[in-house]
Design a protein around this ligand. Structure first.
Ligand code: HEC
Ligand code: HEC
Ligand code: HEC
Ligand code: HEC
Length: 198
C-alpha cells in the first residue's frame, strides 16, 4: 500500500515537473526569428529582405531618415532604439514574448515574418515534422491556423495595429503613408504557389 502511494506521488511530481519544463520551453521558442523560416522559405525570405521592413530597426537610430522624422514631429537627433513606443511597431513580438532589446534579441529586430504570420514556435515545428507526410497527403491551412499561423489577407486588423493612426507616419502626415490593404498585401514579399496545400 505504502509502495503504491509512493509510486503515485513520484509519478505526479514527475509529470508536473515535465509539463512545467515543456511550458517554459514553449514560452522560450514562441518567436523564432526570420532566419529559421529562411531555411524552408528562401524565396519569400529573399524578397522580404529587400523591403524596408527588414531594415526597420535602423530607422530608430539618430540621424537616420532625419527629414521624414522632422516632418512627422519627431526629433531626428534622438536615439529611439530603446523607446518602447517605437519598438512595438519596428521589431517582432515586442511586449509579447518576442523582441526585448537589441542586445538580448538581435534576431528579432525589424518587422519580420512573424509580425504578419504570428509567432512560429509551434507551427514551425509542425512544418518541419510533417514535410514528408504533406508531400503525400497534403495539408490544410486550417491545421496550421489552429496552432498559431496567420494568413494575413484574412484580416486587415493585423496590419492596422501598426499601420493605423498610432503610427507617427500615417496618412495625415503624408499621403504616401496611406494604407491600401490590397496593394500592400502584394508588396509584403513576392508570392509563390504552394505545392502541398489541399
Ligand atoms: C522545416 C521547414 C519549414 C520551416 C522551418 C518553416 N516552414 Fe513554413 N512551410 C513549410 C512547408 C513544407 C510548407 C508547405 C509548403 C507547400 O505547400 O508548398 C509551409 C507552408 C507555410 C505557409 C503557407 C501556409 C498556408 O496554408 O497558406 C506559410 C505562411 C509559412 N509556411 C510560413 C512560415 C514561417 C513564417 C516560418 C518561420 C516562423 C516557417 N514557415 C518555417 C516548411 C517550413
Ligand atoms: C509590427 C508592426 C507591423 C505590422 C503588424 C505590419 N507592418 Fe507593415 N510595416 C511596418 C513598419 C514599421 C514598416 C516601415 C518599415 C520602415 O521603413 O522602417 C512597414 C512597411 C510595410 C510595407 C512597405 C515595404 C516596402 O519596403 O515597400 C508594406 C508593403 C507593409 N508594411 C505591409 C503590411 C501588411 C500588408 C501588413 C499586414 C498583413 C503589415 N504590413 C503589418 C510595421 C508593421
Ligand atoms: C503604431 C506603430 C508605429 C509606431 C508606434 C512607430 N512607427 Fe515608425 N512606422 C510605422 C509604419 C507602419 C511605418 C511605415 C509607413 C508606411 O510605409 O506607410 C513607419 C515608418 C517609419 C519611418 C520611415 C518613414 C519613411 O518615410 O521612410 C521611420 C524613420 C520611423 N517609422 C521611425 C519611428 C520612430 C522613431 C518611432 C517612435 C518615436 C516610430 N517610428 C513609432 C509604424 C510605427
Ligand atoms: C507584411 C506582412 C508579411 C510579412 C512580414 C511576411 N509575410 Fe509571408 N505572406 C504575407 C501575405 C499577405 C501572404 C499571402 C497569403 C495570404 O495572406 O493570403 C503571405 C504568404 C506567405 C507564404 C505562402 C506562399 C507565398 O509565397 O505566398 C509563405 C511561405 C510565407 N508568406 C512566408 C513568409 C516568410 C518566410 C516571411 C519572412 C521572411 C514572411 N512570409 C513575411 C504577408 C507577410
Amino acid at each position: 500500500m505504502l509502495k503504491k502511494t509512493l509510486i503515485v506521488v513520484v509519478s505526479v511530481i514527475f509529470t508536473m515537473t515535465f509539463s512545467l519544463m515543456l511550458l517554459s520551453n514553449a514560452e522560450a521558442v514562441k518567436y523564432v526569428g526570420a532566419k529559421k523560416c529562411k531555411a524552408c522559405h528562401l524565396k519569400q525570405y529573399k524578397s522580404w529582405k529587400k523591403t524596408s521592413m527588414s531594415n526597420s530597426f535602423e530607422n530608430l537610430k539618430a540621424g537616420v531618415k532625419a527629414d521624414e522624422k522632422t516632418k512627422a514631429g519627431l526629433d531626428p537627433a534622438k536615439d529611439y532604439t530603446t523607446d518602447a513606443g517605437c519598438l512595438k511597431c519596428h521589431t517582432t513580438g515586442y511586449g509579447q514574448g518576442g523582441f526585448t532589446s537589441i542586445e538580448e534579441t538581435p534576431k528579432l529586430a525589424g518587422v519580420q515574418c512573424e509580425s504578419c504570420h504570428g509567432p512560429g514556435g509551434e507551427y514551425k515545428t509542425v512544418m518541419k515534422k510533417n514535410k514528408k507526410a504533406w508531400k503525400e497527403n497534403g495539408y490544410t491551412s486550417e491545421e496550421l491556423k489552429a496552432i498559431g499561423l496567420i494568413i494575413p489577407s484574412e484580416d486587415e486588423k493585423g496590419c492596422m495595429v501598426c499601420h493605423g493612426k498610432d503610427s507617427p507616419f500615417n496618412e495625415t502626415v503624408d499621403a504616401k503613408y496611406k494604407f491600401n490593404f490590397k496593394e500592400r498585401l502584394e508588396k509584403t514579399h513576392k508570392h509563390f504557389p504552394l505545392k502541398y496545400k489541399k
